[in-house]
Design a protein around this ligand. Sequence first.
Ligand SMILES: [Cu+2]
Length: 325
Amino acid sequence: MTRMSRAAPCAALCLALSTGAALAHATLAVGEARPNASYRGVVQISHGCDGQPTNRVSVTIPEGIVGAKPMAKPGWQIDTEKGPYARAYPYYHGSIAEGVKTITWTGNALPDDQVDEFVFVARVTDAFAPGSTVYFPIEQDCAQGGYRWTAIPAPGQDAHALKTPAPGIRILAAAQAVAPAASVKAGDLTIETPWMRATPGGATVAGGYVRITNTGATADRLTGASIPLAGSGSIHSMTMDGPVMKMAALPRGLVVEPGQTVELKPGGLHLMFEGLKGAPKAGESISGTLVFERAGVVPVTFAVAPIGALKPGGGTPSAAEGHQH
Ligand SMILES: [Cu+2]
């Protein structure tokens, strides 16, 4: 009896809406995201199926959204399906080539007259043009029947024309760049744009990057680096071991041959600061040193770019980053 009286207005409303602008009943609470930043996906389910409770919600993570992880949800069983991405994406200190592609919540019942949120966290890569929309198809099932919020508008089509549209998020431009620190001359070496990435709270390591050109006639060797925030600094290489990026310390440092420019950058050679006593923050300048066999100890200033930035000042800060370095 009470169920009937609740269901009736919804049925009438849904019918009215299906003739015009469709109102999506599975939506994403946060409709925007930036490239190279984390995204908190909050799937909102605002009603069941013709009065029946919702027993299952499933979201498909689109290509280009990586590192997806569901938030624990008491009372619900959460299953994830993993698989390879179409390509490897830069991911914090390395790269990522596979991960969660669907997240499914089951084993509970969300009454028709209640709303609930199903939450995941993921990272938006730079695979999308600013201004474009990325769609997250959602399935919603009840004991009998359900909805497929999976329709994606064709180019030029109005999403409102779709009866069961997939919720989408709009990709914004990447955050504003931080000005890179000036270059430094030390003997025959030119040291350009020393920078590092901000780290999430609790991180114990941070990557540092710099470009070094040897304009002289003798090779030099970068043997170490320091910042006051870190217990130690060393030089690391990155190599692919199958689909997995691995890094290792270069025990003898990095040789810069005469005439050579060596670039330390995300995904490749880098400075590894370990034993962090604090978190470098985006926009800060951190004084430190580079240590060379011939040029000696060279003071430099590292410009701190946002968490996960791929170049000096690139990317965007975000509070909900996972722990990677
Ligand atoms: Cu490293």
